[in-house]
Design a protein around this ligand. Structure first.
Ligand code: BTN
Length: 268
């Protein structure tokens, strides 16, 4: 059973975000809730965790299946004092932080499919949706909402048929039940640590990302609108963009906003 007390009990003493933790048995979307709180002046470090989302949102306008009792749906509000272009590595940092969190809570270190899916083998364990609001007058970041959904306790039949083949839960991979409270606490603690080094630790964050990113070295399909091209993922640049080499030898750097990628034989 997960609730605010069970999560707080698993947080390390140096993580002060437990004080501003809101636990919701059900909600539409924790990212939407965090944005509403941000608009009413909530401070950085405000954390929302839901047992269920009825309107969970994924990237590219997709929905994120968020049933009760099986996943963790978590959003954190941050208020970094910077321009938006200083946060190009943010999503990479969140993905690495989530690998750290899963590893510390379960012993299992997932890989990262560029840009920010946590994967085990060819299956997706977790997705991340980062949203940034900029103050139009100053051009500075007003707030950032980081939303993470992670599959914890699902069995194969709990996933909708259309994602069943490419989704997995931590319990499926580990072969035993997991404590969602311990994992949620590890996620909060990892994001707390990331927030401290976000503006100073870009090089280390991107180097850690390159180590975890299973896309590098792979033959991939690049999808931009209706156009699909094939190439090889070579590296991650200093902004978190993917450097791709095409069969004629030329290289392009692509950002997550403009393309999505697939492995040559499916999701990964
Ligand atoms: C993706 O895989 O496309 C990203 C999924 C992000 C889902 C999380 S769950 C918590 C937060 N609230 C949302 O509505 N979305 C994010």
């Amino acid at each position: 059973m997960m609730n605010s007390e069970s999560i707080r009990a698993c947080l390390p003493p140096d993580c002060s975000w437990g004080e501003s933790l809101l636990y919701l048995p059900t909600t539409g979307s924790t990212n939407d809730d965090a944005k509403t709180l941000a608009a009413s002046g909530a401070p950085g470090g405000t954390v929302l965790v839901a047992d269920e989302q009825t309107g969970g949102r994924g990237r590219r306008g997709r929905s994120f299946h968020s049933p009760a009792g099986s996943g963790i749906y978590l959003s954190v509000l941050l208020r970094p004092d910077c321009r938006p272009d200083q946060l190009m590595h943010l999503t990479c940092g969140v993905a690495v932080a989530m690998c750290d969190a899963v590893e510390s809570a379960t012993g299992l270190r997932p890989g990262i499919k560029w840009t920010n899916d946590l994967v085990w083998g060819r299956q997706k364990l977790s997705g991340i949706l980062t949203e940034i609001s900029v103050n139009p007058a100053s051009g500075l970041v007003d707030y950032v909402v980081i939303g993470i959904g992670i599959n914890c306790s699902q069995k194969a039949e709990d996933f909708p048929p259309e994602i069943r083949a490419m989704a997995a839960s931590l319990a499926q991979v580990l072969g035993h039940p997991v404590s969602r409270s311990a994992i949620a606490a590890a996620m909060i603690s990892a994001l707390f640590r990331l927030n401290k080094v976000l503006l100073t630790g870009k090089t280390d964050i991107l180097n850690a990302y390159r180590r975890d990113c299973v896309t590098l070295g792979q033959e991939i399909s690049l999808v931009r609108g209706d156009e699909i091209r094939h190439g090889k993922a070579l590296d991650i640049d200093e902004e978190g963009a993917l450097i791709v080499q095409f069969s004629d030898g030329h290289q392009e750097t692509v950002s997550s906003g403009e393309v999505s990628i697939r492995g040559m034989y499916g999701y990964l």
